[in-house]
Ligand binder design. Structure first.
Ligand code: GLN
Length: 459
């Protein structure tokens, strides 16, 4: 049963929301100690909410889009009465005092928030190993990292602990763990989802989005959380399609991708392990079988993507962390944070001091424009860019990587954030029993084309 069928079965009383919740609680009880996907669970709350929904349904009352579905929220998104630590010791005592816009919308659509997902500290990482609360184990490849930074959410989906997990993606943090855990993850166009209530990593790159086990988990979440928010100035005030309808329609069509042009990119293949390319090529073929026309394009700026991304990330993160001075809440970040967060603060501070000469940050912004223009030019020629999400397989938990080795995981995912374009990762297949993701990218506000491709792929 897919997520839409489940949602419908709950709405017409065939499945009880309470059973859905209890089933997940059972799995969480049995496995969360070893997977570490959730940092906090509120069972009682979830059970009460489920009973309320079942009662409304029994009385013939209208319920929301997400009625009875069970949802995890990343630990950097404010949810009232949960500990919103961003997986940092700095905020270990910080209790969410309000709901982020996305959380308000999820609650308004009767989604059941069961708990808070583990992550890399302040979302700064690609492995979830920097969490103050310990690493996650990958349910799809035990002993391997889940990827990150939304590793807890991805593990919760792969480990069947909830229906939808809400993550954030600054340079790949939804798509990278989705790839490593063999699930679907979606980073919308920058501005399509409100960031109000998200603890910033790098605000010009951060975007909230969903992870789930199939396209309908993504679309039901997107139909709930996208849209203009008057309290957040970077949200787009545009018309947004109904993503669930698009997925449904796609599945009814014969060769639904007919007329769509998709492109592989030579340089993306070149930086990726051969075995991963083989699996990804097979997945791309499935899109071709559904009617898409495949071409090859070239991208000139692959070498400057990581330096550009990390420089901007360091500077914006440094600025975002100035409020963690231990006065209003939490403790002083430099005194309590881990190694990677401290590295970013220190380098970000150094660059900011040097900036009067326009040496670094200004150059990074220029490089960002080059990357954005080039990608948009490519997307003028084709509807979608398809290829690997992550260029290498996840390492074993406990292996010690140098910062540059860790950053190398992100080379194919940072581009979408630098350009503000939508991008998803879906499961392409496996290499040595380890999941590998197919990344699909589109022009700004062409999110629906990605949804169409995923729906067709999952036919
Ligand atoms: N791995 C990247 C980083 O460390 C991306 C993180 C993210 O998307 N939150 O910055």
């Amino acid at each position: 049963m897919n997520i839409l069928e489940k949602a419908n079965a709950i709405k017409n009383g065939e499945i009880k929301a309470l059973d859905n919740v209890n089933n997940y609680i059972k799995v969480i009880d049995e496995t969360n100690d070893s997977i570490n996907a959730f940092l906090e669970i509120n069972k009682e709350n979830a059970i009460n909410k489920a009973k309320e929904i079942d009662e409304k349904i029994a009385n013939g009352e209208e319920v929301g889009l997400l009625a009875g579905l069970v949802i995890g929220i990343k630990a950097n998104i404010n949810v009232e009465d949960f500990t919103i630590s961003a997986a940092s010791k700095t905020l270990e005592d910080y209790i969410g005092s309000y709901d982020a816009t996305v959380v308000k919308r999820i609650k308004a659509e009767d989604g059941i928030i069961i708990g808070i997902n583990n992550m890399d500290e302040f979302a700064a990482g690609s492995s979830t190993e920097t969490s103050y609360y310990g690493v996650c184990n990958n349910p799809a490849a035990p002993g391997k990292i889940t990827g990150g930074s939304s590793g807890g959410g991805a593990a919760a989906i792969a480990g069947k602990m909830c229906d939808i997990a809400i993550g954030s993606d600054t340079g790949g943090s939804i798509r990278n763990p989705s790839s490593h855990c063999g699930i679907d993850g979606f980073k919308p166009t920058y501005g399509l989802v409100s960031r109000q209530g998200l603890l910033d990593l790098s605000m010009s790159l951060d975007q909230i989005g969903p992870m789930s086990s199939d396209v309908y988990g993504l679309t039901l979440a997107l139909d709930t959380i996208t849209g203009y928010d008057s309290s957040e100035c970077t949200t787009l005030n545009t018309e947004i399609p109904n993503f669930t309808d698009i997925a449904k329609k796609t599945k009814d069509e014969e060769k639904p991708l007919k007329g769509m042009k998709i492109a592989k990119v030579k340089e993306f293949t070149e930086v990726t392990d051969d075995k991963i390319n083989d699996v990804v090529d097979k997945a791309i073929n499935k899109l071709v079988e559904q009617g898409a026309e495949l071409v090859e394009l070239s991208f000139d700026y692959i070498d400057i993507c990581l330096p550009t991304y990390y420089l901007i990330n360091y500077v914006e993160f440094f600025s975002a962390t100035r409020k963690y001075d231990g006065r209003e809440y939490g403790s002083r970040i430099e005194e309590t944070c881990g190694e990677e967060v401290l590295r970013r603060i220190q380098i970000g501070s150094y660059i900011s001091q040097q900036e009067y000469s326009g040496k670094y940050y200004k150059k990074a912004l220029q490089a960002r424009s080059l990357i954005r223009n080039e990608i948009n030019k490519m997307l003028d020629e084709v509807d979608l860019i398809v290829g690997p999400t992550v260029p290498k397989l996840p390492h074993n938990i406990g292996d010690k990587l140098e910062p540059m080795e860790m950053y190398a995981y992100d080379v194919l995912t940072v581009i979408a954030n630098l350009a503000g374009i939508p991008a998803a990762s879906i499961k392409a297949g496996e290499v040595d029993n380890i999941p590998v993701g197919l990344q699909i990218q589109a022009k700004p506000e062409d999110d629906e084309k990605i949804i169409k491709a995923i729906a067709a792929y999952e036919l």
